[in-house]
Design a protein around this ligand. Structure first.
Ligand code: URA
Ligand code: SF4
Length: 192
């Protein structure tokens, strides 16, 4: 119940948030959604066109690929939680600016604190570098093609967390051949 309250508070906060300039161009902020008792938290980069329209994460083309990959890993959306580093869409889906990430980070940090996942799957370069740095692993940051599928275990005040960088599902929308390495990445989630 405490979790529900914390997440409801965050939803309210991002709806009204003006901590960076992205509020000016958003239609909807996208906090994230899923099971608050999820063992696995997926973190993407930022909402895209469809996410901004609907206020929900991964509902566009990348979301369709994500759903296929979850199926492949025998996971359901109802048992995971999914969010992004940024809660508002950068115009034209440009890369997030460092100031935007800094301004927005309190929301993802609070989500991680409330949900307390066992595993954090960082989707793509951007989320991977954010999550590795957050947990003091800045020395492990490298291009996603070098570290996807690896597991980094970090100890926290609570239980240890496994950080697993994965390719971003959007890559398969540009290059269908990437579906194979993505499936391989997601199949790792079946094992543990
Ligand atoms: N790409 C992301 O990183 N996040 C979304 O929510 C959608 C596309
Ligand atoms: Fe606030 Fe984050 Fe949206 Fe910027 S991106 S306005 S910090 S919720």
């Amino acid at each position: 119940m405490l979790k529900e309250g914390a997440i409801a508070g965050l939803r309210q906060a991002v709806t009204n948030c003006r901590r960076c300039d992205l509020w000016k161009t958003r239609n909807n902020s996208v906090l994230g959604e899923g099971n608050l008792d999820a063992k696995i938290l997926f973190v993407g980069e930022a909402p895209g066109f469809n996410e901004d329209k609907q206020g929900k994460p991964f509902v566009g083309k990348a979301g369709m690929v994500f759903d296929k990959l979850l199926d492949f890993a025998n996971l359901k959306r109802e048992e995971i939680y999914i969010t992004n580093v940024l809660k508002c869409r950068p115009p034209q889906n440009r890369n997030p600016f460092p100031g935007e990430v800094k301004a927005c980070s309190l929301y993802l940090n609070s989500q991680i604190e409330a949900i307390k996942p066992d595993k954090i799957c960082a989707l793509g370069n951007f989320a991977t570098s954010f999550i590795l740095k957050k947990f003091g692993l800045q020395n492990k940051v490298a291009g996603i093609s070098r570290i996807h599928g690896k597991t980094f275990t970090v100890s926290t005040l609570a239980d240890p967390i496994k950080i697993i960088p994965l390719y971003h599902p959007a890559v398969a929308t540009y290059d269908p051949a990437m579906l194979e390495p993505l499936k391989k990445d997601f199949s790792l989630l079946k094992e543990t």
